[in-house]
Design a protein around this ligand. Structure first.
Ligand SMILES: CCCCCCCCCCCCCCCC(=O)SCCNC(=O)CCNC(=O)[C@H](O)C(C)(C)COP(=O)(O)OP(=O)(O)OC[C@H]1O[C@@H](n2cnc3c(N)ncnc32)[C@H](O)[C@@H]1OP(=O)(O)O
Ligand SMILES: CCCCCCCC/C=C\CCCCCCCC(=O)OC[C@@H](O)COP(=O)(O)O
Length: 277
């Protein structure tokens, strides 16, 4: 018997209560997600260092293997359509909707090889999670300074074709748990036109059937993922960007409503709030 025993016992007794109550169950699952991220990041950092010795996009294939385990803890099923479009060995800009920190599970399910991601700079300071993102070649941008964010993305544009890379960007620029897409930021479209590479939109169905932070609901469920056809940017100039952005936004919005259960263009879930977790 050690002095920890009563605490372990208390935790074991409390666990069913924690899991049965909807609110505590919700917070438990979110905390557990963060714990998984931290613990798996530590292990993945060691593996990445041993395998590749430092920062490289090739580490993403290691990170992917770890993150793909997460869905089993949460009873999440992912149904993919058109994923093969992402695996063509050509540079492109991939854009997708961004609902929550849970998105990472869906991202890692279809992330192609040689694909770098753009993330907000604050994520670099999340300890082991920041370190694993850095090792995976994530490009961090300072959203508060448009000019530096733009030049970081311009640098990506310069090497995209040369190094045969893909780049994954969340054009909404922030998490959006509402039942619609936010207007898009322009960075991804400048990048695609600058590099003259196609844009491939990827749409994830609304998480609202299993995840509603405002109601503290987090159950098991299904995420539908649809990869749309590539949109060519060859011959386009900066003047074509507003139309290009509009085309991508309306295609993705249409798809989002189509693949999300119980949603229509008016958002039949009746909520217009934008929960962020
Ligand atoms: C086991 C392991 C577990 C853990 C394992 C972790 C694994 C690793 C997972 C990683 C997962 C990452 C997930 C991260 C997810 C996020 O962090 S999402 C947030 C960060 N990402 C983004 O923000 C990307 C999208 N944002 C953009 O592209 C934005 O355009 C920018 C570049 C940030 C600028 O934003 P902005 O200034 O707010 O807005 P915007 O309206 O776009 O532009 C303003 C003006 O600048 C102009 N402009 C914009 N861009 C340009 C340009 N390139 N050139 C010239 N002019 C431009 C616009 O035309 C506009 O001018 P006007 O039209 O007003 O005249
Ligand atoms: C030494 C400091 C230690 C801090 C430890 C913090 C531990 C954090 C643990 C787990 C966090 C899991 C993060 C997974 C990455 C998810 C990426 C993501 O979804 O970021 C949100 C970002 O797209 C948009 O942010 P905003 O909606 O604009 O806001």
């Amino acid at each position: 018997m050690t002095c920890l025993d009563p605490w372990v016992l208390l935790l074991l007794l409390l666990l069913p209560v924690l899991l049965l109550n909807r609110t505590t169950n919700f917070y438990f699952k979110i905390c557990f997600y963060c714990v998984l991220c931290v613990v798996f990041s530590v292990v993945a950092c060691v593996v990445c260092f041993l395998r590749h010795g430092g920062r490289t996009v090739r580490n993403m294939s290691i990170i992917k293997r770890f993150v793909r385990i997460f869905k089993y803890f949460y009873g999440l099923q992912l149904e993919m359509k058109g994923a093969e479009k992402l695996h063509e060995d050509k540079p492109c800009v991939i854009i997708s909707n961004h609902q929550s920190i849970l998105d990472m599970m869906g991202l890692m399910e279809i992330l192609p090889r040689n694909c770098i991601q753009i993330a907000k700079r604050e994520l670099l300071y999340t300890g082991p999670v920041g370190l694993i993102m850095y090792l995976g070649g994530v490009i961090f941008i300072n959203r508060k300074r448009t000019s530096t964010a733009m030049s970081a993305m311009e640098e990506v544009g310069n090497i995209l074709v040369q190094k045969n890379l893909k780049v994954w960007i969340y054009p909404e620029g922030t998490r959006n748990g509402s039942y619609d897409l936010l207007p898009f930021k322009k960075g991804a479209f400048y990048l695609a036109v600058q590099a003259q590479v196609p844009i491939i939109p990827v749409v994830y169905s609304s998480f609202s059937s299993f995840y509603q932070p405002e109601k503290k609901i987090f159950t098991s469920g299904k995420i539908k993922v649809e990869v749309l056809d590539p949109i060519k940017t060859e011959g386009m100039t900066v003047d074509d960007i507003p139309k290009l952005l509009e085309t991508c936004h309306s295609l993705m919005r249409e798809t989002f409503f189509r693949i999300s259960d119980k949603l229509n263009e008016k958002g039949t879930n009746g909520s217009t709030s934008q929960p962020v977790q």
